[in-house]
Design a protein. Structure first.
Length: 163
């Protein structure tokens, strides 16, 4: 199964594509979508959603996993990220692909077995599970791959078949 993982953000949205088969994972491609602060928020959100749609088509993605908002003290930032998530969901649904949203806790648990794992621990496990030589950079790309791995590990819960 080809999975697109997404770590949403307005300035940088991480994306990572993996192939998952029988609890074996292979990285396909990963990176970030960066937007310029000189553009309007609306344009930046549209750009992110559009590029995610293009990536899903380019890589023949079958399903999408996205990390939900990690609510911090900055409410304005959380609202903006929620808008990014909404736009991505809309784009993915328009492509007739399924999208599943996971909390940061669920992703950490799936990747490390420990829901309160540190960011570095998650990144190390992504490196190990994907048999990479180094931790994917930037951090948003590593986080997106973790979201993809999370969906792959949860496939039985969502009645997905990894073929």
């Amino acid at each position: 199964m080809r999975i697109l993982g997404i770590d949403p953000g307005l300035a940088n949205t991480g994306w990572g594509v993996i192939d998952a088969q029988h609890q074996r994972y292979r990285p396909v491609s990963y990176g970030t979508i960066s937007t310029k602060t000189s553009c309007t928020k609306e344009n930046r959100i549209f750009t992110i959603a559009s590029k995610i749609g293009e990536l899903a088509l380019l890589h023949n993605v079958e399903i999408v996993s996205i990390e939900d908002i990690f609510f911090a003290q900055n409410v304005t930032s959380a609202i903006t990220v929620a808008k990014v998530i909404g736009a991505i969901i809309q784009q993915i649904q328009m492509l007739n692909l399924e999208i599943i949203v996971f909390t940061p806790l669920q992703i950490k648990m799936a990747v490390t077995g420990f829901g309160t794992a540190e960011k570095k621990q998650v990144q190390e496990m992504v490196k190990l599970l994907l048999k990479l030589e180094s931790i994917p950079r930037p951090d948003h790309a590593a986080d997106s791959l973790a979201a993809a791995i999370c969906l792959a590990t949860q496939s039985n819960s969502y009645k997905l078949k990894l073929h």
